[in-house]
Design a protein around this ligand. Structure first.
Ligand SMILES: Nc1ncnc2c1ncn2[C@@H]1O[C@H](COP(=O)(O)OP(=O)(O)OP(=O)(O)O)[C@@H](O)[C@H]1O
Ligand SMILES: [Mg+2]
Length: 339
């Protein structure tokens, strides 16, 4: 969202103001201006139709109102962490591996709606790469890498501001310390993001989370009582739908008991850039490319081959079978066949 300009606010239609800045509805309401019935008018037009005595009674002037509205929108945008920066691409510039050898690539650019996986042995530096991205490294981490956003050095405010976070992390352990129900937790989150259509958004998140975990939870359940898989599913749905962060970093979601494919599809459907460090073949092949890490450095970046795409289809079938066996075992059944 672009910052508003006072002159422009006076001449565009009220309906357009609301489309651009949905949270402005509250401001109109608090100032006694019926925005809904005046959507087709500009503020100039609206103020020329209303009665002088009414203006005096309400202690309202166009000049004052428009100035305040501009101020309100500016503050809200900065609170929302939405200052107009759109992230279209993330670029990694090389540093060095653990023993100082330079990384063997010139640059790696990842575009939005892309999933890229990070593979490599335990301890090779996958989580370190995610941490470099989270910190928007500028040759100031142990790897010496630098990160560009939209081909430019990112604004350092991203490092320190919690409301303007560039990156959302989904790490293995989700420790909820708050004693809230699922509904209260989402309500709080939606409120802090100034979502106008809270009820629907919350429904959508719960719906998606249940879709991912397969074990439906009640919205009144305390979040601390959710299972590992359920809380993971909730965090993924919440991050995809509510988070303003354009980049999502995932460190290992393999054993969380959720539908991983659906989870990733949900994340990229919301226009995110997704990086996922994994040892799981399905997740490793889920993007079109993967980063191979060795001894702390990016050794190569490879594209999936046709063979791998057909192998992925096969392992997805195998995975479904394993999931079905898991479900039966969970339900206390005996296994008879693999179907
Ligand atoms: N280029 C580097 N230079 C110096 N230290 C590094 C480098 N890359 C990684 N490390 C360090 O090596 C250690 C292991 O890396 P990391 O935790 O990222 O491994 P990993 O691939 O995520 O392992 P796992 O698969 O077990 O999660 C960390 O302490 C990390 O900071
Ligand atoms: Mg790791």
């Amino acid at each position: 969202m672009a910052l508003p300009v006072k002159h422009e606010l006076s001449v565009i239609k009220i309906g357009q103001i609301l489309t651009r800045y949905p949270f402005a509805a509250t401001f109109f309401e608090n100032n006694g201006i019926p925005a809904d019935s005046n959507k087709e008018k500009s503020l100039d037009e609206y103020f020329s139709t209303i009665d002088e005595t009414y203006k005096e009674d309400m202690a309202i002037s166009q000049e004052h109102f428009t100035g305040q509205l501009e101020e309100y929108i500016t503050q809200m945008l900065s609170f929302l962490g939405d200052t107009g920066t759109k992230v279209d691409s993330l670029t990694i510039l090389p540093g060095h591996g653990k023993t100082g050898e330079p990384e063997n690539f010139s640059h790696l650019t990842i575009k939005k709606n892309e999933i890229i996986s990070i593979v490599g042995p335990t301890g090779s530096g996958k989580s370190r790469l995610l941490a470099d991205i989270e910190w928007a490294a500028q040759n100031d981490t142990p790897t010496g890498r630098s990160i560009l956003i939209n081909n430019e050095q990112p604004d350092q405010k991203w490092r320190y501001s919690s409301s303007e976070k560039l990156v959302a992390q989904l790490s293995q352990n989700m420790n909820f310390v708050m004693d809230l129900s699922v509904h209260e937790f989402l309500e709080l989150h939606a409120e802090s993001r100034m979502i106008s259509d809270r009820k629907n958004i919350i429904m959508k998140i719960i719906d998606q989370a249940n879709h991912l975990s397969g074990e439906t939870f009640d919205t009144e359940t305390p979040i601390t009582a959710l299972s590992g898989g359920q809380s993971r599913a909730l965090m993924i749905a919440d991050t995809a739908i509510l988070s303003s962060s354009p980049i999502i970093l995932i460190d290992e979601i393999e054993n969380a008991g959720i539908d991983r494919k659906k989870a990733l599809e949900l994340l990229i459907s919301e226009g995110k850039i997704v990086l996922i460090a994994t040892h799981d073949p399905i997740l490793a092949l889920m993007g079109n490319r993967r980063i191979v890490i060795k001894n702390g450095g990016i050794e190569k970046i490879i594209e999936n081959t046709d063979d791998e795409r057909s192998i992925l289809t096969e392992i997805e079938i195998m995975d479904k079978k394993i999931q079905s066996l898991r479900r039966k075992l969970r339900n206390g059944e005996h296994l008879t066949t693999i179907d």
